[in-house]
Design a protein. Structure first.
Length: 434
């Protein structure tokens, strides 16, 4: 074993140890990346790397789309659109077996279409839908589990921060990636809803049925959903029609959310300050992870770890589809322990050349990656969404949230299998733009 390999193993092990002792993942990757680069090269270039890399990242125009979509999501959150979505979904679906849970899934899907963040989607629906389900006598753990899993739709249904990062890392058309996420996102809603029905079949006492809403209430509930439809249609329709780029669509989305919020009297100065502060915090956290991952990538580059891993994966004694399945299994397992942003930033540059060499479509691979990292967002032992929800509703308990979410793991695995078997699920809508 040569020195480069030993240094790479020590560096990767150090990152894992630092994360286990609760050092923030961005800091862990940044420290090891700079020190490892200094060991392999020298301290002079390492210090310049530490100075130049963060500056290049935060001034990269391609990354400007991230804070814009984040701001759009926070604006729609503070103006109450999520509550309107849930009210409409509950009015039309609440009387079904597990109706409020299914309504929550549909509301999460609708909110994801104007948000782009899974954690934000789940946190918002925890405030909106969870109290309603608990009042209706639903199992608290199952209710929280439904929100945790449906919240992951935030990074599948466009606009999505994860698709943006994948596009930047691989130089793939971000608008095609957005369009590719639509049908898998809808499929996710359908499979999660089917999961609710299966749980109801075995445990109906966990989800008492509600009385049907009258038709007047149903039609009235749709009256307030226009804002969501208008915003989604403007942003996604503009990109699909080729009228705007992704960055322009993000700016248009912010403007649309602002105008709608002000016109409806729901976006006053306190709400504007709240939205700006929340979006700044979220964007800063994302950029912090991006910077840390880039610093660590330089370390992997000088140790030639990326090249060696790519060569090893490409030479596995498996058929091409077997390599895809192995990669997806790796993402699912790794996602249970590591932040999804860090996973994508560290692994996609390594695996993408292998995927292209094997002849697979990059857009399809992007959808597969996002689908698998979704699972890690709610799977134990980390499950970022479950941790966030546990802080919001500590009386339910983290273990119960995990238990409530696990039945829907089957739904996600079925969806992943379908996308692998039938790539057109992801590619049909995206290719229709050509």
């Amino acid at each position: 074993m040569d020195e480069q390999t030993i240094v790479a193993i020590v560096g990767c092990s150090a990152v894992i140890v630092l994360m286990l002792i609760r050092v923030p993942i961005a800091v862990s990757m940044g420290i090891v990346g700079v020190m490892g680069f200094a060991y392999m090269v020298s301290w002079g270039p390492a210090i310049r790397l530490l100075v130049d890399s963060p500056f290049r990242t935060v001034t990269n125009f391609n990354f400007s789309v991230i804070p814009m979509f984040v701001l759009m999501g926070t604006l729609v959150s503070v103006t109450g659109m999520s509550r309107e979505l849930f009210r409409a979904a509950a009015a039309w679906l609440g009387h079904l077996p597990g109706g409020l849970a299914i309504a929550t899934i549909f509301a999460c899907g609708g909110f994801a279409a104007i948000n782009g963040s899974s954690v934000a989607t789940a946190a918002t629906m925890t405030q909106v839908a969870l109290p309603e389900m608990r009042r209706a006598g639903y199992s608290p753990g199952l209710s929280a589990g439904v929100i945790a899993t449906a919240g992951t739709l935030g990074i599948m249904i466009p606009p999505s921060v994860m698709f943006i990062l994948f596009a930047i890392l691989t130089d793939t058309d971000v608008i095609k990636l957005f369009m590719a996420g639509v049908i898998p996102g809808i499929l996710g809603i359908a499979l999660y809803s089917a999961g609710v029905l299966v749980v109801y079949w075995f445990k109906p006492e966990w989800m008492p049925r509600a009385k049907p809403a009258d038709w007047n209430e149903r039609w009235t509930s749709l009256r307030d959903v226009w804002a969501v439809l208008l915003l989604f249609g403007t942003v996604i329709g503009g990109m699909y029609g080729g009228f705007v780029t992704a960055t322009e669509a993000a700016g248009l989305g912010v403007l649309g959310a602002f105008v709608i919020g002000v016109a409806r009297g729901r976006l006053k100065w306190p709400q504007m300050v709240e939205a700006m502060v929340d979006s700044l915090r979220t964007s800063a956290a994302i950029f912090f992870i991006i910077i840390g991952a880039f610093l660590f990538q330089y370390f992997l580059a000088v140790t030639q770890t990326s090249q060696q891993l790519a060569e090893w994966v490409g030479n596995l004694p498996l058929p091409p589809i077997g390599i895809i399945i192995a990669i997806m299994a790796f993402y699912i397992i790794t996602g249970m322990f590591v932040d999804e942003l860090a996973i994508m930033l560290l692994t996609v540059p390594i695996l993408y050349p292998v995927i292209v060499k094997l002849g697979f479509d990059p857009v399809w691979f992007g959808v597969l990656v996002v689908t698998t990292v979704e699972i890690g967002l709610y799977a134990p032992p980390i499950g970022m969404i479950c941790f966030v929800m546990n802080k919001m509703v500590p009386d339910i308990g983290l273990v119960n949230i995990y238990k409530g979410a696990l039945p829907f793991l089957v739904s996600d695995l079925i969806r992943l299998g379908l996308i692998i078997t039938f790539p057109q699920i992801a590619l049909w809508f995206a290719n229709s733009m050509s």
